[in-house]
Design a protein around this ligand. Sequence first.
Ligand code: KG4
Ligand code: ZN
Length: 341
Amino acid sequence: MSLLLAIESSCDETAAAILGPGQRVRSNVVASQIEVHARFGGVVPELASRSHLTAMQPVVSQALDEADVALGELDAIAVTSGPGLAGCLLVGVQAAKGLAWARGLPLVPVDHIAAHVHAVFLEDDRTDGRQPEYPYVALAVSGGHTSLCRVDAPGATETLGQTLDDAAGEAFDKVAKMMGLPYPGGVHIDRLAAEGDSEAVELPRPMLGRGLDFSFSGLKTAVRYAIERDRRLAETDQGRRDLAASFQRAIAEVLVAKSAAACREAGISRLVLAGGVACNSELRRRMSANKGLEVFLTPARYCTDNAAMIGGLAQELLARGEVVAGERLRGLDVYTTRRQA
Ligand code: KG4
Ligand code: ZN
């Protein structure tokens, strides 16, 4: 029986999970820092790392308790080593190193984006079991990343396109802030959009038809100008609904069109949607409706940051011997920007 503890602390969620053999999620605990950062309208790195420091031990204990597993029963530890905020990653990596060192266990360093695009393989009682074959194309869209990649094997991701400025989730959150909605705003835009007219406000579709990279800053500026022209879009219920629907449609159309283009170029029809923005109902609907794609949606509970996805990929890496152990633990460092696997 092989049991693995996974730790994730790359941004503003302190998370720990226990996985059994076969991508089986035994527990998945996430302590969100939303309340810490809400009044700043975005993640404050210094506050995020301090919050990880206090949350880490209780979150790991809770993950063990919920899985009914004792520390001594673990066979391996996994941790996100990048990309992310340096001070945040250090807390998780140091906790994982300490545990691995003390228990004499192998440590599996995991790439956060590669884990997002692998989360579709996680299994629990509510998983429908539909899984893609390799290779597949994945769109990872979150508050920190917008990345289209080709995945040839677990952890083997090649970036095909990425954002040149804001991440998709960042654009959702900034537009929500302009509309006076709470942070993080993506989910509020999603809810309001359901009752709005997506043709009410004319907005650009940035870089549509031009390569596989993304740019969302122009769309964000267009929203700001639209609000300046018509204050009702940020100040009345119907105005907010219409603006939310128009913005959400613009961003979803671009994400779907670029994903389809990436699949065409790669000659692959399988598309995995992952990351926090993959919770968005319109994006899920439009992606699934695209006739040229065989779409695999990551279950919503594994889209936003969590440690189960780190553990799932770690099991595959562990099987391939991609571990750090003993004296080599000392040299394990974190990285802040994307690495090619
Ligand atoms: O993956 P995640 O938890 O963290 C990062 O790695 O960044 O993603 C968080 C992002 C936030 O920007 C949040 O607004 C967005 O995902 N998000 C959504 C929805 N749910 C979460 N965006 C649009 N629609 C949603 N339903
Ligand atoms: Zn993430």
